[in-house]
Ligand binder design. Sequence first.
Ligand code: FES
Ligand SMILES: [Fe+2]
Length: 380
Amino acid sequence: MTSSARDLWRRAQFALCGIERQRGEPARSPVARYLDPVRHAREVAALRALPQTVGPASRVAAPGDWFSAGVLGVPLLVSRGDDGMLRAFVNVCRHRGAIVVTPDECGNGRSRFVCPYHSWTYDCRGVLVGRLHEADFPHVPREAASLVELPVAERCGLVWVVPSPVEAFDWKGYFGPLALDLDALGYDSRAASPHERRFVQPSNWKLVLDANLESYHFQYAHRATIAHLFHDNLVQQDSFGRHQRIVLPKRSLAEAETGSAVSWELLGRHSNIIYFFFPCTFLLWEGDHVNGFNVTPATPQSCATASWMLVPAAAQERRAAEHWQRNWTIFWDAIDEDFALAASMQAGLASGANTALNFGANEFACELFEREIEALIDAP
Ligand code: FES
Ligand SMILES: [Fe+2]
């Protein structure tokens, strides 16, 4: 683990007393960052070079398992080969570019993927293994017409794909120490995913992620849902390179009896912990499960959201399906409030009322995120 439960507990307690209440530099973010089509295109190009979560790892646990998805305008096919290896491909036929597998489907036991146009056929390793009238394609040898492969990894119970073909990707360097907490808590390919949701949100993607990096809004925006559980305006943040971990202490933490031992279970009962993997993945650990989403730009004014609940193997038997359903509902009741406000902000951005969004010293984690995005798109 990157920190002990006791260390996080102690710091959260100190934050409650005001001893270590974190603050940063107040900042402004120009509204053009959320409206400009040129800026949008630069963001999409930069984000395609970084990992995106595309589905639960449990969906491709066995040889022959597969699912199709899409992220940042790239259709994807994720397949566990007969050799046990997980691969990700651009889900686009090498003949004339039709989508091979219908998006957002999954299945198992499939060894062939057949393009619906002229039936070019690929195996579960992406290799072109059949086509009609072979002799008509002397200029496209089979060995040069496999599906285009992408970097893929399984971590924290999810499949991560870099949606642009690069020779190699440094996964160890990308995850760094931030993934260790969730690894140790059993978030792997055996983690079940009982709930899932996908939709297009009418706001810039950064407005959605900003809402998850501060708790300044909890007491008013979430007054009907989760405000009563949490302290006002209090986050305990750590940066891990570009990633962030944020502890949200619950009110119950102040009175919690720890005795001699502080366990992760106790910490999870009295706080929520956000694991934000830059640039687009938000995972909220809620003690016995994770709710998370990947948010990517679709247009300057809209974004694609794919969301999953993850339940580690050790917790699956302990609770009935209603428990996970109830938590999924509570999560989305609150997050829907954030998404509605992000849509409201987007509608107001073009009015000219503001030239910039204002981040207070208490919203420093949003400013860190926005700063990293600026560095990313400015990088050569
Ligand atoms: S486009 Fe796929 S077989 Fe023709
Ligand atoms: Fe919120």
